[in-house]
Write a protein that binds this ligand. Structure first.
Ligand SMILES: Nc1nc2c(ncn2[C@@H]2O[C@H](COP(=O)(O)OP(=O)(O)OP(=O)(O)O)[C@@H](O)[C@H]2O)c(=O)[nH]1
Length: 449
């Protein structure tokens, strides 16, 4: 089952959220974007051939869908937009200028919709109004501190030195977020999500240009003189397996500005049957074990960030390679990774999840990290708090961390009053001796059952 990243686009009134959203829609080029907005008013849908409208949902000619919702309808619309038939690749929720973004983030993290995965909180800042906004809205700093990516927009409206000052101020407030500069919301969509390689080939094998391509070409031609917001991409490939604990150390201490990590990891003997797809956005991290496809086994990662030191990142990843037979991962080394594997979906049996890398942790150790036989009964995991003492708790494991101290005046109080409404959310107070709180559902034996 393909999970769909849900990106929250937030920022104060007039900062340029809708402009950025329109830019994403215009340059989608085959990527199907689901959009949730408070109203359709400013989405430039005329240019995109409206294919149909049902109630508050507009279907665009390029496969994108727009829904006008308020926060209380979010779950319902997420369910609608993530139905397999919609074929969406990413969902972007534009928070109204007054909305508390952490409430949206919390709802996405607590969603029991297995097709949804958190895609990051993007805060748009008006470079020309930053000081004034901050003075009027002291909550600005809190919002920035939660962001995974901050777009300092309207760069065209301020002189170079002033822009640098604003970027420095934003970077000082934003906790680990990547900070990029943009004009008219022109960020590269690749920064936020993967563009789908979806195009039609003609009988001669040649790609056919669609209306959307022509539109995107014209748009990009018109804006060639305005460069996209700058960011760096680093690619890493390794033929040797990665050492689970060293890779987790690398990920746990990933530098500020490293916004996205995607790709696949080979953990070698620690789980020879699976490669681990990685999805990291800001501080959010998940691994998805998948059966290896036929062919060469490689670790392939792409790291995307702003202001990061690419050479240092590659050195850090190089040090995670298993160096040889003398460098066998220790017992339970994979458990640090499994903390970030979502629970299998009990409904439709997520094909990525039902693996048994450590059905018998003791047996696995005895066989040099190889998993126990399929179907073996798992013993209770051996509590080993010390083994995880150095692992920073996943800040996204607990949606309550986003509890808003000032309740959102626009939220439906009844809908959120009951903490049991978050039945699937992790226990904010796990057993003190629990070995490793899992991202969802508290501690669980690593796929033994
Ligand atoms: N000069 C300049 N104007 C911009 C830029 N980005 C957006 N604007 C203008 O700023 C105004 C507000 O932009 P929007 O995209 O509507 O901002 P928003 O954050 O969606 O606003 P709300 O929905 O009211 O919260 C519009 O007139 C945009 O054309 C930019 O980078 N430079």
């Amino acid at each position: 089952m393909q999970q769909i990243p849900v990106v929250v686009l937030a920022g104060f009134l007039g900062s340029g959220k809708t402009t950025l959203l329109n830019h994403l829609l215009r340059s989608a080029r085959g990527t199907r974007i689901g959009v949730m907005v408070n109203d359709f008013g400013s989405i430039e849908i005329d240019a995109m051939t409206v294919a149909g409208q049902v109630g508050s949902t507009v279907s665009l000619g390029n496969g994108c869908l727009c829904c006008a919702v308020d926060t209380s309808e979010l779950d319902t619309y997420l369910d609608t937009l993530t139905r397999p038939g919609t074929g969406l690749d990413v969902i972007v929720i534009e928070a109204s200028g007054l909305a508390e973004p952490q409430e949206l983030v919390r709802m996405i993290l607590a969603s029991d919709n297995a097709r949804v995965v958190y895609g990051g909180l993007v805060e748009v800042v008006d470079a020309a109004e930053f000081d004034a906004t901050r003075a009027r809205h002291p909550e600005t700093d809190r919002h920035l501190a939660l962001a995974d990516l901050v777009v300092v927009n309207k760069a065209d409206r301020v002189p170079e030195a002033e822009l640098r000052r604003v970027v420095d101020a934003v970077t000082g407030v934003a906790d680990r977020a990547a900070v990029i500069v943009a004009a008219h919301g022109r960020v590269d969509p690749e920064l936020l999500f993967d563009r789908a390689a979806r195009f039609e080939e003609g009988p001669d094998g040649v790609r056919q240009l669609s209306f959307e391509d022509l539109y995107a070409d014209a748009y990009e031609r018109d804006h060639r003189e305005h460069p996209h917001a700058a960011y760096e991409t680093v690619s890493f490939t390794a033929g040797e397996p990665m050492h689970p604990r060293r890779l987790m150390d690398f990920l746990d201490s990933r530098p500020e500005g490293l916004y996205r990590i995607k790709g696949f990891v080979d953990f070698g003997a620690a789980d020879p049957d699976h490669r681990y797809a990685v999805h990291a956005v800001g501080r959010f991290l998940r691994f998805y074990p998948q059966p290896w496809p036929p062919g060469e086994r490689l670790t392939e990662l792409v790291l995307i960030g702003s202001g990061t030191d690419g050479a240092a990142l590659l050195r850090g990843l190089d040090a995670c390679r298993v160096a040889g037979p003398h460098d066998v991962p220790e017992e339970h080394a994979l458990w640090g990774v499994l903390r970030y594997v979502p629970e299998p979906d009990p409904v439709d049996g997520d094909p990525r999840a039902p693996h048994r890398p450590c059905a018998d942790p003791e047996g696995a150790a005895a066989t040099g990290g190889a998993p126990a036989a399929e179907g073996a009964t798992a013993p209770e995991p051996v509590p080993d708090p010390a083994a995880y003492a150095d692992v920073e708790p996943d800040p996204y494991a607990d949606p309550d961390a986003y509890e808003d101290p000032d309740p959102d005046p626009y939220a439906d109080p009844d809908a959120y009053a009951d903490p049991d409404a978050y039945g699937d959310a992790p226990d904010p107070h796990p057993e003190p001796d629990a070995p490793h709180p899992a991202p969802y559902g508290g501690a669980h034996p690593p796929y033994g059952a």
